[in-house]
Design a protein around this ligand. Structure first.
Ligand code: NAP
Length: 266
């Protein structure tokens, strides 16, 4: 297998640390550099927690790409930075594998168009956990039979975007098969604003933020005298790394942007 040269953006972050470890332990992956807003010009091994990792640190993404000539950028940063990095990567012919969440539909459409025009493969996945992808697929199956559905997503309290990318993606998958229906009583009134959560095509999405949580989602379907609940829990960030690895391998053979891990697993 040919070696894939990888740059990780956000290496000191909770996801970034796991991604650096993944690249280090995968035989055909090579970490050629990292993008961080601190420690420009140093090696990652000088940063606490990375004593075994010898990779140059760049603050400027363009400089990083021209010095290291990577095949793939793994981005695990913040919504604004992630969008910028993805755009620059596509412009430079570096395939982005993006776990960073918070992209709007318009932004995804624009990036898709850029990737198609330049024939650069890209994967943006709001959830790299295979179990979460199955939770979304099973929910889509259920939505054919249960029109009444509400989504509850639960995350740690450091998360910047709400609702989660997974919740939005789930709502998109549900609306593809579910007849539009406004959830709740037509005359319902919120006595405290936001009590009924966000709304996506009539589906209500509720976001819980608490310390101690990682990434969890429950999709609740109500029927006549019955309820179906489909839930997935990520207990740590290692749960996302098999999806990152699969995405890096897959993106090497793509020339368009794929949004969502469910589109690359059987
Ligand atoms: P985190 O711990 O806050 O890490 C984010 C890292 O990005 C921090 O180290 C931050 O640096 C760094 N950063 C910010 N701006 C930067 C820039 N301009 N250049 C380089 N690095 C920059 O967050 P996390 O929990 O790892 O999550 C990261 C992203 O992944 C979030 O968008 C989150 O929603 C998403 N996520 C996705 C999945 C998935 O499966 N797709 C799963 C979990 C999380 P500082 O320390 O200096 O702020």
């Amino acid at each position: 297998m040919d070696t894939i040269k990888i740059v990780v953006a956000g290496p000191r972050g909770r996801m970034g640390k796991e991604a650096v470890a993944l690249v280090q332990e995968t035989e055909h992956f090579s970490l050629v550099g990292v993008i961080d807003r601190k420690n420009n010009g140093q090696s990652l091994r000088d940063v606490e927690g990375f004593s075994n990792v010898n990779a140059p640190i760049f603050t400027d993404i363009v400089e990083c790409f021209s010095e290291t000539k990577p095949d793939v950028l793994i981005d695990l940063t913040t919504p604004e930075t992630g969008k910028y990095h993805t755009e620059v990567a596509i412009e430079h012919g570096v395939r982005p594998v993006v776990g960073t969440t918070g992209f709007t539909k318009e932004e995804l459409d624009r990036l898709s168009q850029m990737a198609e025009e330049r024939k650069v493969g890209a994967i943006i996945a709001p959830n790299f956990a295979v179990g979460a992808v199955l939770m979304m697929k099973f929910s889509q199956m259920a939505a054919k039979y249960f029109q009444d559905v509400e989504i509850i997503e639960l995350h740690h309290d450091q998360k910047l975007d709400a609702p989660s990318g997974t919740a939005v993606k789930t709502a998109e998958l549900l609306t593809a098969v579910r007849e539009t229906k406004q959830q709740g009583h037509p005359n319902e009134k919120e006595t405290i604003q936001g009590a009924r959560g966000a709304e996506y095509d009539g589906i209500r999405i509720h976001s819980v933020r608490l310390p101690g949580l990682v990434a969890h989602q429950e999709v609740m379907f109500g029927g006549n005298g019955q309820m179906l609940s489909i839930r997935h829990d990520s207990f740590n960030r290692a749960s996302f790394m098999s999806g990152v690895k699969l995405s890096v391998d897959t993106v090497m053979n793509l020339d368009v942007l794929v949004y969502g891990l469910e589109n690359i697993i059987e």
